[in-house]
Design a protein around this ligand. Structure first.
Ligand SMILES: [Fe+2]
Length: 379
């Protein structure tokens, strides 16, 4: 008998043809629809070091004071990241643009929203601040200003030779030695101990729709990739991911770069400047992006990506089991640091969740089984 291993992809089911044991993700009516993931906000104990990392990562400083840093990408958004000087570093939250007829008064009345100060948003905007169920701040803004986009070099793949396709003749490839040009903010991934409450909140308050849903052995959704609902306008496969887990935390955020050469050359720049590489280069399975992950000095993960899937609202949600092998199609093995380490602190967290009744032993064991399953989809 051959010892050859067989590579397998995890199963995938369209929502209209779910196996009997898989539960459909319940979808509440949307109160308003987000039109764009605008920027992320962080508190940083060391703002200088944060600026050094994000600059090497490809973001561009717009303004900097002793207390605040604002950074943009090459696109027309006046900001894609804001950071405040603070005693303790933390993820604060995300800002989304919404339609200008959004009923902010109702949000203040019914959802505990607080109005934003006129100068709170770089570029100018009006809006409100909400708290999601895990306490992350979510800003909904409208009438946001715009800045002139910065010039981009032409994507290299227009000029790539492939088997049976000879395009580049009497010419060479020489990539620029520079940080990857980050054009825009793509997505943020949040872990939570209460997947259903968080997923319901983001669908209800932002009108997000599921692209891919992952379920545990009992068939209950446990992680969902959400995209904007802009009808016929194509949007990223996901702008928010809500992932079930043992703690409520920022998991990572992802920023779109020009192309694969920017991803690779950007890796060189981050490497030579001593930053901590985490995972990549590889290609994701769900969302299809070519990716490269880095950690900043506080251990927060930031992903460069290119060539992600674009869907309209037409595309049906797909479901598959919650498994690490659905994270990537090819590339370096997913690092152990992507998963909770079985430390006394993590055990204590699990016990607290059990005692509070927020998670059952059965569910904890199902989660443990996923983490213990070898990450490579070989058998
Ligand atoms: Fe990502």
């Amino acid at each position: 008998m051959s010892d050859n291993k067989v590579l397998r992809a995890p199963p995938e089911y369209p929502e209209s043809a779910l196996p009997a044991h898989v539960h459909r993700l319940a979808r509440p009516a949307a109160q308003q629809k987000a039109t764009q993931l605008a920027f992320l906000r962080f508190d940083k104990a060391d703002l200088d070091e944060a600026q050094r990392f994000w600059s090497d990562f490809g973001l561009i400083p717009v303004s900097r004071t002793a207390d605040q840093l604002v950074m943009r990408g090459a696109g027309s958004a006046p900001a894609i990241l804001m950071a405040r000087k603070a005693k303790v570093s933390r993820y604060v939250g995300a800002a989304f643009t919404v339609a200008s007829d959004t009923d902010f008064a109702r949000l203040q009345r019914d959802s505990g929203a607080q109005p934003l100060a006129a100068n709170a948003v770089p570029g100018g905007a009006r809006g409100v601040s909400l708290l999601d169920p895990d306490g992350n701040e979510v800003w909904l803004i409208t009438d946001w200003g715009a800045v002139d986009p910065l010039p981009l070099r032409a994507p290299k793949h227009h000029d790539m030779n492939a088997l049976g396709q000879s395009i580049r003749l009497n010419a060479t490839v020489r990539t620029y030695i520079e940080p990857a040009t980050v054009g825009r903010l793509g997505h943020v991934v949040l872990q939570t101990t209460d997947f259903h409450t968080m997923a319901d909140w983001y669908m209800r308050h932002l009108g997000l729709i599921p692209s891919d849903v992952q379920y545990l052995d009992d068939g209950a959704p446990f992680l969902t990739f959400f995209r904007l609902d802009l009808g016929d306008t194509p949007v990223d496969h996901h702008c928010v991911v809500i992932a079930g887990g043992l703690e409520a935390c920022y998991e990572h955020s992802a920023w779109e770069v020009t192309d694969l050469d920017a991803l690779g050359q950007g890796q060189q720049v981050l490497r030579v400047n001593g930053h901590e590489h985490m995972w990549g280069i590889g290609r994701h399975l769900l969302g299809s992006q070519l990716f490269d992950y880095w950690r900043d000095a506080d251990g927060y993960a930031f992903e460069h990506y290119t060539d992600g899937d674009l869907f309209t609202s037409e595309r049906e949600a797909h479901y598959g089991p919650f498994t690490t092998s659905a994270l990537w199609a090819w590339g370096q093995d997913v690092p152990a640091s992507m998963f909770p380490a079985k430390t006394p602190a993590m055990l204590w967290r699990a016990l607290k969740l059990l005692r509070s009744g927020r998670v059952s032993l059965k569910r904890l064991l199902m989660m443990g089984k996923v983490i213990d399953t070898p990450t490579r989809p070989w058998r």
